[in-house]
Design a protein around this ligand. Sequence first.
Ligand code: FMN
Length: 385
Amino acid sequence: MKLSRRDFLKFGGVTLIAVAGGTVLRALDQGVFSVGQGAAYEPWTNWRDAPTPTERIVAAGILASNPHNSQPWIFRITDSTIDLFAEPERQIGVIDPFLREMYVGLGCAVENMMLAAEAEGLSPTLGLMPDPTDETHAAHLELIHSSPHPSKLYSVIPNRHTDRGAYDTARSIAPKIFEEIEVLIAEANLHLFWYKDEAARAQFSEVAIESVEALIADEQQSMDSHAWWRQDWDQLQETADGITLDAQALGPITPIAKIFPDLSRQQNDAAFVKNVREIMLPTAAAFGILAVRDGNNSTQRLNCGRAWERIHLWGTTQGLAMQPLNQMCERVDREIQLGIEPVIGNAVRALVNDDSWHAIMPFRLGYPTQKTNLSPRRGLGKVIA
Ligand SMILES: Cc1cc2nc3c(=O)[nH]c(=O)nc-3n(C[C@H](O)[C@H](O)[C@H](O)COP(=O)(O)O)c2cc1C
């Protein structure tokens, strides 16, 4: 059959419309026009709407920073108590073989709940790891009526987001910011190490990139990490957890990335290494590592989480961008688990340079260059037992 020019244009036009239509459908399907919307994101806006004070306190808790957005928590509440439990089935596999990150994340939730309890006029008494026979029982809050004290940190709970984008390399951090962050650490057995000048930042970056490369070369770690990657919009809305494209701070390429077919685990890993090497590390104004006396002690890990959440909230009040960078600790734990040579273990020890401290929460900070997007959250109906 011979096609005339007119037929050809008609056929081409139909094809173009079909392709464009398909792209728009895919864009709709993948939530390109619905960033931060849907049931999975509602906890960020309705966190003060629950009918009872204890529910509202839990609603603040679930907005906390947590590993891989696994939200490894479950809550039991009465009118005057909140009990926080770990959800072992939400543990992130060999990324966190000794549950270090899980307890740090639970500590972050504790911090938000303490701030929310004060704001509600329910003065909290806190017991960490209150039941020696139950390792999953992370915290018990006893709430006593007092006058409400809504703090600045409380008010920014829904504005705190992990910023994985480029930070402003033209803006350094004033010395008094570092001092004010140090003052925020009230917990015993917790110390903050800084990596501020060029040489220290380079040393930190070298260990960080070596760790990321080792992690993606470890197939089980790569797979366990990928299990929390949520590219499908429906799945994301359903599970309301995990790491999303919207939260990668990819800027204008995000909609394109969402329309394209899902990335394979290997493609994702390659993109991650590239981002760490070219964006996250070189644009950081400084790095920090929170360290505890005993990295296996759950109470100390919880306290580290409380401090991290407080630091991140305070940073939010100051317009600072922050992001944990945990791959070095994930590799330290993995080397111990596998009984292999402690390559990253030795590098992290050298970084901390004080064997009486155990690094458990490395992070970067700086000033943002773009708006961060929300991460999904499981709402109260899914987390209150
Ligand atoms: C213990 C712990 C480890 C984390 N490690 C990383 C990390 O290595 N890289 C990263 O980008 N975010 C890391 N995060 C941040 C979480 O991924 C983030 O809090 C979660 O996805 C929810 O997003 P949000 O902080 O924006 O609410 C970590 C958080 C915690 C508490």
